[in-house]
Design a protein. Structure first.
Length: 283
């Protein structure tokens, strides 16, 4: 909406203004100025479409006769009547800024829409880029699988490479962390924190061991795990480096559990080496 109009200081000595005051008094001059203000705010193109003589007088807040006011403006060429429509004389010439208000408003509206569309496109491009990266990780994992031996075999035989990219290793390390962590919330943020951390195997093992120890603490067990931090918070805060207090009884239970698990793994490996079926029962 337009909020101002232009009125030259020379209007005070303008001959038309003097004649207007002489014919219908100072109220007529004030009413004409009020009419300009009304047009600037409500009809910024200067055209009084749909307004009759009485409407114009009301808009100008003229206290006298409506027909006298309008006819005087027409006679002094302050107001025009073209094709059944009244309009302010010289409006585009003297108030070009106000006259372009609707055009500026439409331009601003289109700019806002375009800005919103560009924001949506950038967001979609970012999501597509993330999807492409995820797909690249998956394809990189598939490409590490051994290929069938060519026939005939090339001579000399190329040395096979089994080196996995760091990106694949990080993804595999996370697949060990996520099932172990007791609070399954905000996986995407946890994955982002994991890739930002970029742990090597030693750090990964330290994290997993820390989670195992935290899981038997009173803080993580009380109120159904209410005080367990989100996985992203745990990783970003390097909480695996915190000191962990475990009561002597639970410390002994955890030590016994770990020893049993280690023993079971050794037995499983021995049976596997001998070709015997493995069972989940203890010795």
């Amino acid at each position: 909406m337009n909020t101002d109009i232009r009125l030259k200081v020379s209007f005070r000595d303008n001959i038309k203004r003097k004649k207007l005051q002489k014919r219908i008094g100072a109220d007529g001059v004030l009413a004409f100025v009020d009419l300009l203000l009304y047009v600037g705010e409500n009809r910024p193109n200067g055209k009084l479409k749909g307004m009759d003589i009485e409407d114009i007088a009301v808009a100008a807040m003229y206290p006298g006769d409506s027909e006298e006011f309008t006819s005087t403006l027409l006679d002094l060429n302050l107001l025009e009547h073209n094709n059944g429509c009244y309009e302010i004389h010289g409006w585009y010439e003297h108030n070009a800024y106000a006259a372009s208000a609707e055009r500026r408003s439409e331009k601003a509206r289109k700019a806002a829409i375009q800005k919103w569309e560009n924001k949506k496109k950038r967001k979609q491009l970012q999501e597509d880029k993330c999807s492409e990266q995820d797909l690249a990780v998956q394809e990189d994992g598939f490409s590490s699988a051994p290929s069938p031996s060519p026939s005939p075999s090339p001579s000399p035989s190329p040395t096979p490479t089994h080196t996995l990219s760091k990106k694949i290793l990080r993804a595999w390390f996370f697949d060990e962390f996520w099932p172990l962590y007791p609070k399954k919330q905000d996986k995407q943020y946890a994955l982002k924190a994991w890739f930002k951390l970029n742990p090597d195997e030693e750090t990964k093992n330290a994290i997993l061991q820390s989670v195992q120890r935290f899981k038997v603490t009173d803080d993580w067990k009380k109120d159904e795990g209410r005080y367990i931090p989100k996985p992203s918070t745990f990783l970003n805060g390097r909480r695996w480096e915190d000191e962990i207090y475990i009561s002597p009884e639970k410390e002994a239970e955890e030590k016994d559990r770990l020893e049993r698990a280690e023993l079971m793994e050794k037995i499983r490996q021995q049976k596997k080496a001998r070709g015997e079926p493995c069972t989940e029962r203890g010795p």
